[in-house]
Design a protein around this ligand. Structure first.
Ligand code: FAD
Length: 495
């Protein structure tokens, strides 16, 4: 009997009765409209769950999971659903466990450089609180105003400042996790370092809800930098901008942000945000932070490097308003693309996005993206956290044309293949979910067997977020199956 069948054998009423007894009747839903809302995240996929539950503490989650394990019902943890790889969707049916009610900042311990939070705390909310003490949690995703700390830990999210400050994984000190059998564990002591055996904390970071539900997170925090300098360097060729990046990184300066945007992205941002940035083929947005004397010297050196590498213009600033404007524009770059063309020409995150290569290979990767774009006669708007080799080549298609989807899929597969050939990875920060599951063998063919054994050890009945990260079966071609269904088979979800 498959998990899906078991949930069908339990009547809907029975399911609601059990979940309500564990939580409360008003915190369980099988209502069609509610399930429809929960059939979405920020990905192209649509999958309808069987029920949604809103727990308020680890004990409730433990009882939900124990019940689901007994009946082999899939359990899908969910934060703010900003994930764009389908990670929080119930691809095999089951119960969505919405963690947004668990949104307390439990303890700020400045002298220990730590904060302990529930998983539903929103990134921006946490930094607002930490800011009062002059501290922050640095890995800032573009979705930081909405995404939860639980989702960030589950995806090992990062963003603008990873080049200097690292990714979420670098800040997680200890986790409380509900395992698939209902047991609640703590993965380690709340200390800044420990050297005692297997590191389960790091195993759960990036596990995308496939090993357990994270119910408490203790993070290391850092003092807020107080002085910044920025530079905007424009180039008449995107590859030249890529070469300047390698030079900056080997100069000994560690920028706190080093971003690249191509002309299409800059045009989109100018149009939506009114920034009046020069619309060059390649633009680098650079920031350094630290002591006022040091940042002045560093930004001058970066400016010289850009000029030596053929920059057409370099504009430096220490004005906080300029900095704010710059990063607001960068953060809006994806949303701006959506509004650049006619309503049916859209950026599609599903294909070839979010690759990482060694920084020295950035120019080669940028060249390949341009070649792939020409070969398939398809628009690709590129930007990325180029300082750590992380690129977001976003394919733009007419979503009403089936052949555009096919072209995007082929181009995306070639981008992934090239990144791997250059010694890189298919996912820098947005994780695997459903979208990249078909490609994971490209990168980890030798490791999948070991991954499966780890999964088996924690979750022998495969109830935790099944169908994700490439560990078990999903519809043969989930991209075609789910994304096309919406446009060509008149379906609004995959149910
Ligand atoms: C406009 C936009 C910009 C983005 N920019 C970035 C970026 O710059 N960097 C980046 O890294 N990502 C980015 N993302 C992707 C996404 O926002 C991040 O992956 C984010 O961390 C997801 O958090 P969430 O709370 O929305 O998680 P969800 O989407 O709800 O879930 C994501 C995954 O985490 C699992 N999960 C959630 N909570 C828990 C928990 N408590 N325990 C166990 N598993 C859990 C889910 O099952 C799912 O697999 C962006 C997305 C959008 C739409």
């Amino acid at each position: 009997v498959t998990a899906f069948n078991v949930i069908k054998m339990l009547s809907k009423e029975k399911l609601v009765e059990i979940l309500s007894a564990i939580t409360a009747p008003e915190r369980v839903s099988i209502d069609d409209a509610e399930l429809y809302c929960y059939s979405y995240d920020a990905s192209v996929h649509r999958c309808r769950p069987d029920a949604v539950v809103w727990p308020e503490n680890a004990e409730e989650i433990s009882r939900i999971v124990r019940f689901a394990n007994e009946y082999r019902i899939p359990v899908i943890p969910r934060g703010a659903a900003t994930g764009d790889m389908g990670g929080a969707l119930a691809i095999k049916g089951g119960i969505i466990v919405d963690l947004t009610r668990m949104n307390k900042i439990k303890e700020v311990r400045i002298e220990d450089l730590q904060v302990t939070v529930e998983p539903g705390v929103v990134f921006a909310q946490l930094n607002q609180e930490l800011g009062k003490y002059g501290f922050f949690f640095p890995p800032e995703p573009g979705s930081g105003d909405a995404c939860t700390i639980g989702g960030m830990v589950a995806c090992n999210a990062s963003g603008l400042h990873a080049v200097k400050y690292g990714v979420t994984r670098d800040y997680v000190l200890s986790l409380e996790v509900v395992l698939p059998n209902g047991r609640i564990i703590r993965t380690g002591p709340k200390v800044l370092k420990t050297a005692t055996g297997y590191d389960l904390t790091r195993l759960f970071v990036g596990s995308e809800g496939t090993l357990g539900i994270i119910t408490e997170i203790t993070l290391r925090i850092r003092p807020l930098p107080r002085h910044f300098a920025t530079a905007v360097a424009t180039f008449d060729d995107l590859i030249k901008a890529g070469k300047a990046v390698s030079q900056i990184m080997k100069s000994g300066i560690v920028p706190s942000a080093l971003e690249i945007m191509d002309k299409l992205r800059i045009q989109a941002v100018n149009q939506v945000m009114n920034l009046a940035l020069p619309e060059a083929e390649g633009t680098l947005l650079i920031e350094v932070d630290g002591h006022p004397d040091a940042i002045q010297e560093e930004i001058n050196l970066i400016s010289r490097i850009c000029q030596d590498e053929g920059a057409v213009s370099v504009v430096c600033s220490t004005d906080p308003k300029e900095r704010e404007k710059l990063w607001a524009g960068r953060k809006a770059a994806y949303a701006a693309l959506i509004r650049l063309y006619k309503p049916h020409i859209k950026p599609i995150q599903a294909f070839g996005n979010d690759i990482v290569v060694p920084v020295s290979k950035v120019p080669l990767m940028l060249q390949s993206i341009q070649d792939i774009s020409r070969k398939h006669n398809i628009l690709i708007a590129t930007m990325g956290h180029i300082g750590d080799g992380n690129l977001h080549p976003t394919i733009m298609i007419d979503v009403t044309r089936k052949e555009d989807w096919e072209k995007a899929k082929a181009a995306g597969a070639e981008i992934y293949q090239t990144a791997i050939e250059l010694g890189g990875s298919i996912a820098g920060e947005h994780a695997i979910g459903i979208t990249r599951a078909p490609f994971i063998e490209l990168e980890h063919a030798d490791l999948i067997e070991h991954w499966k054994r780890i999964k088996q050890a924690f979750d022998p009945n495969n109830i935790m977020n099944p169908g994700k990260i490439g560990l078990d079966t999903i519809p043969k071609d989930p991209l075609v199956f789910l994304a096309y269904a919406k446009y060509f088979e008149g379906k609004t979800d995959a149910a």
